[in-house]
Design a protein around this ligand. Sequence first.
Ligand SMILES: *Cc1c(COP(=O)(O)O)cnc(C)c1O
Length: 233
Amino acid sequence: MLEKSEILSNLNIVKENIENACKRVNRKNDVILVPVTKTFPHELIQTCIDLDIEEVGENRPLEIRDKYELYHEQVKIHMIGHLQTNKIKYIGGKVVLIHSLDSVKLANELNKYALKNDIVFECLVQVNIAKEEAKFGISENNIIEFLKEFEEFENIRIMGLMNMAPFYNNSEDARTDFRRMKTLFESLKNEKFRNAQMKYLSMGMTNDYVVAVEEGSNMVRIGSAIFGTRTYL
Ligand SMILES: *Cc1c(COP(=O)(O)O)cnc(C)c1O
């Protein structure tokens, strides 16, 4: 794990890059930075708290459960990875936003859990804009249909969209996908859904967040640029 001072310096670089990207395209900087602490030991969350980081991204339900237990009074946790329905119980009531709502089946199970436990899940719909076979997410063509189906789920609130760009060697290659996401996001603002609003457009990771911000992202999920490379166990 990196030293706190290195993390602080990385954090400042990322913030400055976001600020500069906003300036280049003349937009106000309303970008929410979600540092991604997934796979790192829980001590990293304490370091984040020391550095005044208020929200972090995680993708493993059991890690979320354990980290929540230790730090929920000081930090908010975002669920950013694919969620299996049998793992909902580990994160229920413990996350502020689920970025990865990718099926009606998951929405249905989340809703059932939420009803039973008298909570509400705020979610983003993950869109597979590049139509990658191996990626989770709903296709652009089906999104209205999905949002209509989600209307019956009383305890789910759709807060926007999320996208994970394919890995490109050159981040410029992600620009078209991000631009299409932004167009979709804006067009959905004109539709009326009972429990959906388009507030957050979550796109941009270490490799492509500058391009994502230039194209209108207002939430970026950044891990390795801040915390260094992850070693998966
Ligand atoms: C791991 C992960 C990130 C952060 O990735 P980096 O490339 O380390 O910035 C962002 N979003 C999702 C969905 C992830 O799984």
